[in-house]
Design a protein around this ligand. Structure first.
Ligand SMILES: CC(C)(COP(=O)(O)OP(=O)(O)OC[C@H]1O[C@@H](n2cnc3c(N)ncnc32)[C@H](O)[C@@H]1OP(=O)(O)O)[C@@H](O)C(=O)NCCC(=O)NCCS
Length: 179
């Protein structure tokens, strides 16, 4: 059995999704890579929303299709991280958001999980036809920058995002296409 797996959200993890959300609300950290989890108090509603976001036919008009994964530590079936893969880039994502967002549960940081989670997500990107992955992070987010670099990220530029009033560093990860 693998030590860690990426799986799509299901009701089996409803309680852990709610706990994950609570931990981030308490820590005040940004809930990156979770889509609209911050504003959804009902994990069931969140799980169905994630499903509708995967396909162009059902994703809300203002969003691009995206796949949500839970990063599960298999020995104790614990949700330790979350990662979202956007299938395409709209104007905002092209400049600021990138293809991938992720986060690790506050109590589980500095154990290499972000690095492992991003690594596991890259083959899925290739599977859905993304061979050059744009990943961005706020300048000064050392943990995220190291995560991107450890996964082959090549720095391209830094841009100012006026909405959040932050400088964002942009990196590209090239992955081998699946033949
Ligand atoms: C950024 C984040 C995902 C890192 O998760 P993590 O599981 O702690 O990261 P890892 O343990 O895989 O660490 C990756 C590297 O960053 C380093 N690192 C992690 N957090 C760090 C921190 N706060 N300060 C300095 N270095 C840090 C690790 O030591 C490791 O370095 P190494 O490759 O030299 O060993 C996590 O802090 C988080 O969820 N933050 C809030 C959301 C967020 O910022 N998401 C990223 C959006 S782009």
């Amino acid at each position: 059995m693998e030590d860690y797996i990426l799986i799509k959200p299901t009701m089996e993890y409803a309680e852990q999704i709610a706990e994950y959300r609570k931990a981030f609300l308490e820590s005040g950290d940004s809930m990156d890579g979770t889509g609209p989890l911050r504003r959804m108090t009902d994990p069931g509603e969140y799980i169905s929303f994630c499903e509708t976001c995967e396909m162009r036919a059902t994703v809300p008009e203002n969003l691009v299709p995206a796949t949500q994964f839970l990063f599960i530590r298999t020995f104790d079936n614990k949700l330790v991280g979350m990662i979202q893969i956007r299938h395409e880039l709209n104007d905002f994502l092209k400049l600021y958001g990138g293809h991938i967002g992720y986060s690790v549960r506050p109590g589980e940081r500095r154990k290499g999980y972000a690095r492992k989670m991003l690594k596991k997500a890259l083959p899925y990107c290739a599977e859905i036809g993304i061979n050059k992955v744009l990943v961005t992070c706020i300048a000064g987010n050392v943990g995220s920058e190291k995560t991107i670099l450890a996964n082959g990220g090549v720095y391209e530029s830094t841009v100012y995002e006026p909405g959040a009033k932050v400088n964002l560093k942009r990196f590209w990860i090239a992955i081998n296409p699946i033949c």
